[in-house]
Design a protein around this ligand. Structure first.
Ligand code: AMP
Length: 394
């Protein structure tokens, strides 16, 4: 294997998603997930070629889990590991692109933690563990927010007093930038258009969901804001609610800030609406059997998603296509069909056969003949992080 392999690490508070990526190869040499870290049930699963394995790591923390993976990574990389690329959720206004990790950039990421208290500290755990275990390897941070630093001020400012922005960084940042960038570039390639002269609406629909307007390779607006809670309905996050909901719940029910945050981030969205699950596959099955909560959750999800895409169109000079990506966007003909049905004023319509067959990792157009382009494009954030890391290290 040539010396262009990057270990990509995405750390959550109790998990590490990892992949060994050589951009010259379509498949990852090694990929896996360490989960429930810090608990007695901590374990790691990985896949190398066709072989799938797992190992219990009772009470392992991030560093112990990475230490277990070290020999595996080194043997899979054949001694040719070029560097480590870390997904970092929030780069604030400081990071407009990937950066090499050193004491100066690390201290800026630490200083950004108040903007992403759930995410950046977890990302830092992975970075610190990786520095201890791989002291000789260069490390790179790739930020979810960086792609959206091209938003014009009228798209990123809230209608709040200026001091909150100037002194406290209260503005819209946007997230999922690595995915929106990757799929909009792939969509241009698949359509024979130049990235620098193309305009896209993107719906990234995973457990977290967001929309984005991408013009000439730059993000011009996106649905997530100061935090990943703003915007469309997600697995367990509410997306947009009336901001007065907070004071209403505090006043009428006596709820604390923590209770309201838990409600909106963990108990709402598809899970809250359906009363059943945050998982779209389960909801589609329950809807088939007539479950009213699942049916309603799917209707609200698609209607609000279509509203968000319509709003994003304000940032486009023309529409070269609508892109669906993420676990739901890549695999759910039902959600794509229901969402597009709300966008008839854009003249969007699907070829139902193409829609039905473009699942499970397939990419391609699914619009009906004579209608604007609608594409399914599988996202690959790990690959984009590896490409960004290599571009910086070379
Ligand atoms: P992600 O976070 O990108 O892995 O996406 C997770 C979401 O994708 C979950 O809601 C899954 O239920 C959903 N998903 C995955 N496969 C399918 C499928 N075949 N049909 C509908 N939703 C799916």
């Amino acid at each position: 294997m040539p010396a262009r392999t990057i270990l990509v690490i995405n750390c959550g508070s109790s998990s590490i998603k990892f992949a060994l990526v050589n951009p010259a190869q379509a498949q990852f040499a090694l990929s896996g997930l360490a989960e429930r870290l810090g608990s007695p049930d901590a374990q790691v699963h990985w896949q190398q070629g066709a072989s799938k394995q797992h190992l219990a790591l009772p009470a392992a923390d991030h560093r112990a889990a990475l230490a277990q993976l070290l020999p595996l990574v080194q043997s899979a990389a054949g001694g040719q590991l070029h560097g480590i690329g870390h997904r970092v959720v929030h780069g604030g206004e400081h990071f407009t692109a990937a950066c090499r990790l050193d004491p100066a950039s690390l201290s800026v990421i630490r200083a950004t933690a108040p903007l992403a208290p759930l995410h950046n500290p977890a990302n830092l755990l992975g970075i610190e563990a990786a520095f201890k275990l791989f002291p000789d390897l260069p490390q790179v941070a790739v930020f979810d927010t960086a792609f959206h630093q091209t938003l014009p001020e009228h798209a990123y400012r809230y209608a709040l007093p200026e001091a909150l922005y100037r002194e406290h960084g209260v503005r819209r940042y946007g997230f999922h930038g690595t995915s929106h960038r990757f799929v909009s570039q792939r969509a241009a390639e698949l359509s024979g258009l130049a990235v620098a002269a193309s305009s896209w609406l993107v719906a990234h629909l995973g457990n977290g969901c967001s929309t984005c307007a991408v013009v000439n390779g730059q993000s011009r607006d996106t649905s997530m804001g100061l935090t990943p809670l703003e915007g469309v309905v997600m697995g367990t996050r509410s997306g947009d609610v009336d901001p007065n909901l907070h004071s209403h719940l505090a006043r009428t029910l006596g709820w604390s800030l923590e209770q309201i945050e838990t409600l909106l981030n963990n108990n709402s969205g598809l899970l809250g609406l359906s009363g059943l699950s945050n998982d779209m596959r389960s909801l589609e099955q329950a809807r088939e059997q007539g479950h009213p909560g699942a049916t309603l959750a799917i209707e609200v999800f698609c209607y609000r998603l279509a509203k968000s895409l319509a709003a994003m169109s304000c940032a486009l000079p023309q529409l070269d296509g609508l892109i669906f990506t993420g676990g739901i966007g890549e695999n759910s003909p039902l959600i794509r069909s229901k969402t597009v049905a709300h966008l008839r004023l854009f003249n969007l319509a699907l070829d139902q056969q193409a829609n039905a067959r473009t699942i499970a990792g397939l990419a391609g157009p699914i619009q009906a003949a004579g209608h604007p382009r609608v594409l399914v494009v599988p996202t690959n954030e790990e690959r984009q992080i590896a490409l960004d890391s290599l571009a910086l290290l070379n």
